[in-house]
Design a binder for this molecule. Structure first.
Ligand SMILES: Cc1cc2nc3c(=O)[nH]c(=O)nc-3n(C[C@H](O)[C@H](O)[C@H](O)COP(=O)(O)OP(=O)(O)OC[C@H]3O[C@@H](n4cnc5c(N)ncnc54)[C@H](O)[C@@H]3O)c2cc1C
Length: 492
């Protein structure tokens, strides 16, 4: 086993997965997170009026998210998610279709559920079936604009709005007129066709802050990972390191790593840089934090959102090295979540996918405090809400819910909160993968991680964990130890 020190910048899922992967292979890891909590975008805040921990936005996983499942299992929090064997699709006329698998092998397991969708005509269902077959027959890397592709494959307004958009807008956080075929195909293939369990939605039973909270920190503490919150990084210090210093005679691996860790950034660590070819201007020598302190290690993982990367690297490096510069071509898509606390229970379903509505998903989080019943409505790709103002968004959502679930109209709204994440995820536009960097950077001791790096996945918790595992794999390979951290796909 190789040992060494690693600093991970960013305590979102990508950074945490990279830290876990490296720690399990003997690395002494420090995670630097600028906020006062872990989980990044998959996080919670404490509501100042009630002290309750509230998710910035409901997050769900699916059965096909094998790396997220592996990570949660590894750190011991997988029991905090509940699988939903049934999905409920509800229209404004209050009719619901239940989407559940039959005991038949994939891809037949969901055939009857699709046939039972009350919001599609029999002809629509034939159109959808035809579109799915043609989509799955496409090359996995083909990525033309999706909407013209759908039109060219016999999809009409109704199938586009009530089938393709319903699934894809939530899964990709983007509208069907903006996405490419590649990730649309992936959603249907991995989520609905490849394996019976792929479509099962897994919902956390606790706030995300608790999911990525105490148990996770305890696991890290037990695995030699130091987690520093409120530790914002100002910049990565790039420079040509001196040749590797020989291992002092008789020193064990642990002692070397301690020696390396104690070196300040200004005095290079003597850490191993086994492959400096393609090095974009020198190895990373250290990190300067916002409080002015510095830190150095053998290896670095930069696991921040894509719009933060350039700020942390030297300007000239980003300008001359397309690997870093290309990241600027990624664009973001917003998500709005509407949090509503009523004085009584208002829904009989645990969740609902809303058809022909402004809200796309509504989750019933139950009685979260005595006499407080919490619903959360999610609007993905929420550009249309821009400029409406929080009160107007809340009014429209509450009115809509009242039409779909009449008890909402009778209930008293105790509190509400509208949260918009303007840069929620990268937008999976056609050809997006040309801008997503692989995790192994041209700087020999630096790997990138983040849902926006090249994972083959859209921006999801699964993509983030994959990127973290891939970043750790890249470092392990460069350190001379080949290890497979990325988990196989379901049904692979
Ligand atoms: C509203 C919303 C809803 C979503 N819903 C779902 C869902 O239902 N299912 C799903 O799978 N995915 C969902 N996602 C996507 C999912 O949250 C992300 O894909 C995933 O969490 C990204 O993880 P990450 O580690 O790549 O990035 P992040 O979570 O953004 O982590 C990056 C971390 O870096 C830290 N950081 C930034 N700059 C610095 C610095 N200078 N120094 C130190 N630290 C720094 C940040 O504070 C952050 O913690 C949703 C996202 C949003 C925003």
């Amino acid at each position: 086993m190789v040992t060494g020190t690693a600093v991970v910048v960013g305590g979102g899922l990508a950074g945490l997965a990279a830290a876990a992967g490296l720690a399990q292979h003997g690395f002494q890891v420090t995670v630097l997170e600028s906020r006062g909590r872990l989980g990044g975008r998959a996080g919670s805040f404490v509501d100042p009026t009630t002290g309750q921990m509230v998710d910035a936005c409901q997050h769900v996983s699916m059965g096909c998210c094998t790396n997220l499942a592996h990570f949660l299992r590894t750190v011991g929090v997988d029991h905090l998610l509940a699988p939903q064997p049934k999905l409920y699709f509800v229209t404004p006329d209050r009719r619901a279709s239940v989407f559940k698998a039959d005991p038949w092998p994939a891809p037949l397991h969901l055939g009857r559920a699709l046939m039972g969708a009350h919001y599609l005509t029999p002809l629509d269902k034939l159109r959808v079936g035809y579109g799915l077959v043609r989509m799955l027959a496409e090359h996995p890397d083909a990525d033309p604009p999706l909407l013209p592709w759908l039109r060219a494959h016999r999809q009409n307004d109704r199938t586009i709005e009530r089938f393709w958009a319903i699934v894809l807008t939530s899964a990709l956080n983007e509208t069907v007129d903006r996405v490419g075929l590649k990730y649309a195909r992936k959603v249907f293939r991995d989520g609905f066709v490849r394996h019976r369990d792929g479509f099962t939605v897994h919902v956390p039973t606790v706030p995300l802050g608790r999911l990525y909270g105490d148990e996770l920190c305890a696991w890290f503490a037990a695995h030699n990972v130091e987690v520093r919150e409120n530790a914002g990084v100002k910049r990565l210090i790039v420079g040509e390191p001196p040749p590797p210093s020989p291992l002092p005679e008789g020193k064990g691996e642990k002692e070397l790593s301690a020696h390396v860790a104690s070196n300040p950034a200004g005095s290079p660590t003597g850490s191993p840089f086994p492959d400096r070819r393609g090095d974009g201007g020198g190895g990373i020598r250290g990190i300067e934090l916002r409080d002015g302190s510095t830190l150095s290690a053998d290896w670095y993982v930069l696991a921040v959102p894509f719009d933060r990367v350039a700020d942390l690297l030297p300007e000239d490096l980003v300008a001359r090295e397309p690997y870093f510069g290309n990241v600027k071509n990624l664009t973001a898509s917003p998500i709005t979540s509407v949090h509503l606390w009523f004085d009584r229970a208002t829904m009989k379903l645990p969740h609902a996918v809303l058809i022909d509505c402004l809200g796309q998903w509504v989750f019933d989080r139950g009685e979260v405090a005595p006499g407080e019943f919490y619903l959360q409505v999610v609007v993905s790709a929420a550009r249309d809400l821009k400029g409406l103002g929080r009160d107007e968004i809340q009014r429209r959502i509450v009115e809509e819910l009242g039409r779909v679930f009449p008890p909402v109209s009778a209930a008293k709204l105790l509190r509400a909160k509208v949260v918009t994440e303007h840069t929620a995820t990268f937008s999976a536009v056609p050809g997006i993968d040309q801008w997503r960097p692989v995790q192994a950077s041209p700087i020999a001791n630096l790997a990138l991680a983040g849902d926006w790096t090249a994972t083959g996945w859209p921006a999801t918790m699964e993509g983030a964990v994959r990127s973290g595992y891939l970043a750790a794999e890249a470092i392990l390979t460069r350190a001379g130890q080949s290890a497979k951290l990325v988990q196989p796909d379901l049904g692979a």
